[in-house]
Design a protein around this ligand. Structure first.
Ligand code: PLP
Length: 487
């Protein structure tokens, strides 16, 4: 499918959170006769001993559970459902595409208008800085494709190219497939599979101001320190052996919404380009509007050579992700073999494209980036005012509608809690309980210099000021309760 693919790719208002409308789907279980959590042998996820509440429907910011509860989704799932749940326009677009009879087409020999239109929309969204789109089914697959494209870029001109090394960062997460996990620096997620993982990936430190910035250190000198570290890694490996450097503009799951310090992305790109290596941004979680610009790199106009996008692209209505490819790489392939040696069965599917295109159109037509910025600034202000002084809230950081709270045992020393206390998980469990009915996305330390706990808030782009007030009320209530109980 490779040749064809490269050639190819030239609301509802937020419902009130307090008095939610119940769905009339017959699943409701206010009489308590049906099971409301379920664990079956065939539903095997990573928590083998746990059972989860059953969800029977959703609308806007709300999820409806089988036990009759309504839960406010303050995380858009895993920072995915950017338009909220049950958007009628997206549902109709998907349904119309299915009715054409071709939800799927083999991308080795067919294209479709909807796929072409989505790619055009995405290219336009980069002001032409990226030239081609490679559509795929998940963020991990996008990272796999991006690192293969990066290697192929050098292979095209020299099949014996010594460029074999990738530099990525500690405390990073880029996906769970073997290649994507190999790039990731998340020690705990790597541990069981370490023998399978590529040994040509090398890690430098993350850009994590809260724990790394020295007293009084300016942005410029912090960034210079990071650039010097990357430069040293190039020198250690031999600059002529490095394919490129991969990072997230705002670290999502691994650290909890940690933004790059101003100037960092440009400095890192400069180091890469000085050595003829590629600068690769993973925007699977932080991109597609989540951080207040459509692409996170647009805030400082630091376009990468390759970029992955995912979660917010299809807003959870279809599994879809993509690699955006700059002209440098497109031209190398066009002038070389003319094909990307890659491909999956489920890629560039019309039904995926129909969902993503509608999600993107709605975002654009309803100027949702403005709402992300406005509500994001309000969320930041309220969080800092209401829980910023809490003795166990060490840091509140983020961008747009992507905010992380890091919990510490001691605010002055930033000492984290003992991981066995599972603080982030407690916060999540308390938030999602019948007392608070809200989601907060938990994460724990990655065991390489950072052993802390954080939660992520990633509300939908349709959230209102009243929704933010509700979120912050709950955050305050949950934080107070969890740490009072632990005291
Ligand atoms: N990259 C980043 C930055 C992510 O946050 C994730 C998932 O959380 C991935 C890649 C992997 O995406 P997926 O889970 O869709 O495979």
């Amino acid at each position: 499918s490779a040749v064809a693919d490269l050639a190819l790719q030239g609301q509802e208002p937020a419902a009130s959170h307090s008095k939610a409308i119940r769905p009339s789907n017959g699943h409701s279980n206010s009489n308590g006769t049906k099971p409301t959590t379920k664990r079956t042998e065939f539903l095997l996820d990573r928590n083998l001993h746990k059972s989860f509440p059953l969800v029977v429907g959703g609308k806007g910011n709300l999820l409806y559970l089988a036990d009759g509860r309504t839960v406010f989704d303050a995380t858009s799932g895993a920072a995915v459902s950017c338009l909220g749940h049950g958007n009628p326009r997206v549902i109709e677009a998907i349904s119309n595409q299915i009715k054409t009879g071709v939800p799927y087409l083999c991308s080795s020999f067919w294209s479709s208008e909807i796929v072409e239109e989505l790619c055009k929309e995405l290219i336009n969204s980069t002001q032409g800085k990226m030239k081609r789109v490679y559509l795929i089914g998940s963020g991990s697959e996008a990272i796999e494709a991006a690192i293969k494209l990066a290697r192929q870029y050098f292979y095209e001109s020299d099949p014996n190219s010594p460029r074999v090394n990738i530099i990525a960062r500690e405390s990073s997460y880029h996906g769970n497939t073997i290649g994507a996990l190999g790039v990731s620096g998340h020690v705990a997620r790597r541990a069981p599979y370490e023998p399978f993982l590529m040994d040509n990936v090398h890690h430098v430190s993350a850009c994590y101001a809260y724990r790394q910035r020295k007293d009084g250190e300016s942005d410029a000198s912090f960034v210079a320190r990071k650039a010097a570290e990357l430069e040293a890694k190039f020198q250690e490996l031999g600059p002529e052996t490095v394919i490129g450097f991969v990072c997230e503009p705002v670290v999502g799951a691994a650290l909890g919404c940690v933004p790059s310090v101003p100037g960092y992305l440009r400095a890192m790109r400069d180091v890469c380009h000085k050595h003829g290596a590629l600068f690769i941004l993973d925007e699977v979680m932080s991109g597609m509007g989540r951080c207040g610009t459509l692409h996170a790199w647009q805030e400082e106009d630091v376009a990468p050579d390759l970029q992955t996008i995912g979660k917010g692209l299809g807003g959870g209505y279809q599994p879809i992700a993509a690699v955006l490819i700059s002209s440098k790489i497109v031209n190398a392939l066009l002038n070389g073999s003319g094909q990307f040696v890659h491909g999956h069965t489920y890629q560039a599917m019309p039904v995926q494209a129909a969902a993503a295109l509608e999600v993107q159109k709605i975002q654009r037509e309803e100027n949702m980036l403005q709402n992300v910025q406005t509500q994001g600034a309000y969320l930041e202000m309220c969080l800092k005012a209401r829980v910023g002084n809490h003795p166990n809230v060490g840091d509140i950081r983020g961008k747009g509608l992507f905010w992380g709270l890091e919990f510490v045992k001691d605010k002055a020393t930033k000492e984290p809690f003992d991981p066995r206390l599972a603080v982030a998980q407690r916060v999540h469990d308390t938030a999602i309980s019948a007392q608070f009915n809200m989601t907060m996305y938990p994460g724990t330390g990655t065991a390489d210099g950072y052993a802390g706990d954080h939660v992520i808030l990633a509300p939908t782009y349709i959230c209102t000021k009243a929704d933010i007030d509700h979120i912050v009320d709950v955050v305050e209530g949950v934080v107070n309760q969890v740490f009072q109980k632990m005291a």
